[in-house]
Ligand binder design. Sequence first.
Ligand code: FES
Length: 117
Amino acid sequence: MFTSDSSGKAKQVYQESRIADQGKVSMVTIKIDDRSIDFPLQFGGDTILDAALKQGADLPFACKGGVCCTCRAKVMEGTVAMEVNYALEKDEVDNGFILSCQAHPTSDRVVIDFDAR
Ligand code: FES
């Protein structure tokens, strides 16, 4: 179970990476329902969920606050940082799952699979 302390650390890591990586852009691929959507995304810009929604992707979400887990997806390639995480268990995070409403890319290329369970 995540405590407020672990979410605080996650936010600090995200904010440090945001400062260090200003101006960098990642090529993001979203996979859902056996389809793919590709788009560029600034490291410290929109969340992966918001950016994908702007591209017309039909993705699941509800709270956009890191609580409900509806936006859960799996990182298949690359790395991301989450602003907060109140929903995922440690073993899910260790296995690559993210809350896409809280996630920002931290590598040049990121592949996110919404079909992974
Ligand atoms: S939409 Fe609720 S945790 Fe992302």
